[in-house]
Design a protein around this ligand. Structure first.
Ligand code: SER
Length: 922
């Protein structure tokens, strides 16, 4: 029978009607195929649907995009999921996950376009068992879905299992083989493979296990076993079932896991190709609407599905690249990423540039066309991932802005490269060496050429470019900027590896109780910090645990409790002193590693021993500066949203030091000085209102229900969190000041906004497209910045008076210098700086205009004297440099009553070329 019993549960009415009405099978569309997968596991096998996670990994979880369905469930596999979390109750889960593979172990970028199967973005359908069912059920469900729901012929399927590894003393996965045989797969199509194909791990250590793949033969009616895992386009892997049953320890031995899990993954694009009988993923309905849209633009030739040499002009490859990349950038921008200079942002920019180049230069699509593809992608994916449809205009803006910038840079880069190539002696040398490439990149031969454009132009011109020197330089830059953005003020690197952690546990050293960092009270104008008495539990010197450290030695100190704040959440660490009975330690940095607070210190006197009792004394001024600036960061975050609109603002990074606060945020528009003033006014108002700053610990679930809660995108929060509200925490205390900012934050804050005294934005720059960086100061520095700005304004007024009244002109140079110097100081209000620089520029223009005018009249006077001197000569021959224009000379001559004769002037222009002018007197 065509429809199996298994079909009755299925809810796809439209699809069923279509089937009923037709005698031959109608291929389901991708939307149906995706839905059939989810429904099968949910309705038939009791799985819970968990929505796809973002393609941007949570902070601190690597620098690659989400590349598999299992990524969001890693804590369950690793056993680190918070017992209170929603996740920890998952047993059977199903989903379709947005995945991107453009880096690391899985990098499809270079293959996209060249074949029919590679994508930067794809959807992974997956089902999971977390300590629930295992091999038997997982294989049975997979086979049932493929054959009874998708109606693939069993005789086209081949399955693989792990064939064992003698080096690791791992036997073949006979259990898996038996399961497949019992499900009716003939033995000749149950094939063993080794570690590479059939053993899956997440990393060098941790959960891992054998896997079983299901392969599909596009041809059929034959034995294609020998083609499995050979890269044949006819026999393709469609599903990977991973059986997580071991824990790989640091010494690489495998220990059986007490809880076994199943993790499966099947690419939707490939499955659609199989079900829709197309062979090429790009011929499925996931791509055809994009191809149609490209064709309808009317400029590109049609798509013929060719690859390699058959695709002579690269047209078909360009179709595939443009369609693939359009899906990637739409999904990624929708998840909150903007093109930029580093890591994932850089990858996104690279993909956008590549897509723009293919669209404009190969397919000759019109400028501005690409953003229209966003609508087509949203049509195709928006139902499964509603988050993509939320801000389509913003996605289009980003695409258009990137295209505009790219085009102007490309035009410029072409000119620079042409000039560079023509200046090369050989001319025929098609290789640009590493140092030259770096020169082009850094702008030594003209305006700098970005890496993407250099690669693109090299490809276009058939040049070989050695990119290694640039890549080395980029790596260095990234490391520098990583250090800067991590704001660690210490040069030490902190590495409590798992051996050290194990040793601490063996020594019975408890994780550090650090709630003392919040133990302070406002007393008059400053804060009173409780001095904590703690025990020295461990000392590390030169990488080893020691019992004692001597004067002058550097070490890491672990106490049982501490009041020192360890660097986190953008706030730099505390500094201060640890004082024991026998010695003193100067603490210069504090870091927290897996629950242990490491005080990085130097013994300044005496010696310090394990077991001693000690006192923690913070550098209070430093801490108070951080507290002020951290609270100001929250106020600024609030003011930005109030002024620029809540939707556009997303925090991208934050640095809180005792001296200032630096806040990176995404915002596509530009911020003018009026808006900046409004932002400052908003913060100043909250300071003037003396708002209380309330802090409370609560469950993540309770915090998430607070109105207007600000939390970081992609941050993994623990199940108990700290909420910091300016005003009161909603619902906690009623009848008090309305809250303004409510944020999840573990930093240290003042108790009242009045402690900030003053707030002043001193810098605003653009980090990358759509990312702005604002730097501000509070307290005494802010007061000084505002005062300096007023003083500079006074200097400007004096200058202005000079020019307008023509008095004290001799002081102009001195005052202008003074003003420029003042404006270049750091502590000046940004809005005032911009305003005064602008006014100064205009005043300077006025001044030079005035001076030019004076100078000009002086020169004309000189010329008139010359003419007068020669008034009795029969003719005048004079060599006059072009200090005054010919027009002015003629005017002068004509207006001279005394001078009436033919005149021959040899006029020498400034560049030294002579020209002649005969002025005939009539
Ligand atoms: N994690 C496995 C993979 O990525 C199965 O989903 O192939």
């Amino acid at each position: 029978m065509y429809l199996s019993n298994g079909w009755s549960w299925c809810q796809h009415r439209v699809w069923k009607q279509m089937l009923r009405g037709l005698s031959t099978r109608v291929n389901p569309a991708s939307k149906e195929i995706r839905k059939m997968f989810l429904d099968f596991f949910m309705e038939r096998h009791g799985h819970e649907y968990v929505h796809s996670s973002s393609v941007i990994p949570p902070k601190g979880q690597g620098t690659y995009f989400t590349n598999a369905g299992m990524n969001q469930f890693k804590p369950l596999f690793l056993g680190t999921a918070d017992a209170m979390s929603e996740m920890s109750r998952y047993r059977r889960v199903v989903n379709s996950q947005k995945c991107i593979r453009v880096g690391g172990k899985h990098n499809n970028l270079d293959d996209v376009g060249k074949d029919f199967t590679h994508h930067t973005f794809f959807e992974m359908l997956g089902n999971w068992s977390f300590a629930d069912y295992f091999k038997t059920e997982a294989c049975a469900m997979a086979l049932q879905l493929l054959t009874q729901v998708y109606h693939l012929h069993t005789d086209r399927l081949y399955v693989t299992y792990f064939g064992g590894n003698s080096l690791l003393s791992l036997p073949p996965d006979e259990e898996c083989r038996q399961v497949w045989l019992s499900l009716g797969i003939p033995p000749e199509r149950v094939l063993p493979f080794g570690m590479k194909d059939n053993f899956w791990d997440m990393g060098n250590t941790g959960p891992c296990g054998p896997c079983s793949e299901i392969h599909y033969d596009h041809i059929g009616n034959r034995n294609a076993a020998s083609l499995v895992n050979t890269g044949s386009p006819d026999v393709v892997e469609i599903w990977n079932l991973v059986f997580m049953q071991f824990d790989r320890l640091a010494d690489q031995t495998l220990k059986s896991l007490p809880r076994q899990h199943v993790d499966t993954g099947m690419g939707l694009e490939r499955l659609c190709a199989v079900i829709q009988g197309t062979r090429s993923n790009y011929d499925t309905d996931l791509f055809s609407p994009l191809f149609d849209h490209i064709r309808q633009a009317g400029t590109a030739p049609g798509y013929h599905g060719n690859v390699g040499a058959a695709d002579e002009k690269g047209i078909d490859s360009a179709y595939r690249i443009v369609a693939d990349h359009a899906r990637m950038f739409t999904v990624t921008i929708a998840d909150g990423l903007l093109p930029g200079n580093e890591d994932l942002e850089h990858k996104l920019r690279h993909i956008l540039h590549r897509c723009i180049h293919q669209a404009l230069c190969i397919l000759h699509l019109p400028h501005g066309f690409l953003s229209g593809l966003v609508d087509v992608v949203v049509d195709s994916l928006g139902e499964a991932y509603p988050e993509i449809s939320k801000d389509v205009p913003k996605i289009k803006d980003v695409v258009n802005m990137t295209e505009d910038r790219y085009l102007s840079n490309l035009t410029q880069a072409r000119k620079t490269l042409e000039k560079f190539l023509s200046s090369q002696k050989t001319g025929t040398d098609r290789l640009i060496c590493g140092e030259e490439a770096l020169g082009l990149y850094e702008g030594r031969y003209g305006p700098p050429i970005s890496l993407e454009i250099l690669t693109t132009l090299a490809e276009e011109k058939g040049l070989s470019v050695d990119m290694t020197t640039i890549e080395l330089k980029l790596k260095e830059d990234r490391e520098t900027s990583y250090r800067a953005s991590n704001m660690s003020q210490s040069a030490s690197s902190f590495h409590l590896d798992h051996h050290a952690l194990q040793r601490l546990q063996e020594m019975g050293v408890p994780e550090t109780e650090d709630s003392g960092k919040y133990d302070y009270k406002r007393m008059g104008d400053s804060y009173d910090f409780t001095t904590i008495r703690a025990c020295v539990c461990a000392l590390v010197h030169d990488g080893t645990f020691v019992d004692c450290v001597q004067s002058g030695e550097q070490c890491w100190v672990i106490l049982d409790r501490t009041s020192f704040y360890a660097e986190s959440g953008g706030q730099v660490s505390d500094q201060g002193e640890i004082i024991t009975q026998t010695g003193r330690l100067l603490v210069t940095d504090v870091q927290k590693v897996k629950g242990y607070v490491l005080h990085i210190a130097t013994v300044t006197s005496g010696q310090v021993q394990v077991g001693e009792s000690s006192l923690c004394k913070l550098d209070q001024a430093r801490r108070e500066g951080c507290m002020r600036n951290h609270t100001a960061t929250h106020l600024l975050n609030f003011a930005l949203r109030e002024t620029l609109g809540h939707d556009g603002i997303r925090q991208q990074g934050s640095l809180v030091t005792p001296q200032r606060l630096t806040f990176d945020f995404s915002y596509l528009g530009s911020i003018d000085s009026q808006q900046l003033t409004e932002i400052e006014v908003c913060v100043k108002k909250l300071i003037a209102e003396r708002r209380e700053v309330t802090k409370a610990e609560m469950t993540l679930a309770a915090a998430q229900s607070l109105p207007n809660l600000v939390k970081l995108e992609n941050e993994l929060y623990p199940s108990n969190v700290r909420v910091v509200a300016v005003g009161t925490i909603p619902g906690e205390v009623s009848g008090r000041a309305e809250n303004s900012s409510v944020e999840l934050c573990a930093g240290t804050h003042v108790d009242n906004t009045a402690d900030l005294t003053e707030f002043c934005v001193i810098r605003l720059t653009s980090v990358s497209l759509g990312t702005k960086r604002m730097t501000a100061v509070t307290g005494r520095d802010a007061v000084q910045a505002v005062q300096t700005s007023h003083e500079l304004e006074d200097v400007y007024k004096q200058l202005e008076e000079c020019v307008l009244n023509g008095r004290n002109m001799e002081k102009w140079v001195q005052w202008e210098k003074q003003l420029n110097k003042g404006l270049s100081e750091e502590l000046v209000q940004k809005t005032k700086r911009d305003e005064l620089l602008d006014k100064l520029r205009r005043l300077g223009d006025k001044m030079s205009h005035q001076m030019n005018k004076d100078e000009k009249s002086r020169r004309i006077e000189d010329f008139v004297s010359l003419v007068d001197e020669h008034k009795d000569s029969p003719f005048l021959i004079s060599d006059v440099t072009m200090e005054i224009t010919i027009k002015q000379m003629m005017k002068t001559l004509h207006s001279s009553a005394s001078y009436r004769k033919p005149t021959f002037l040899v006029v020498r222009s400034k560049n030294g070329e002579n020209s002649e002018l005969l002025v005939k007197h009539t």
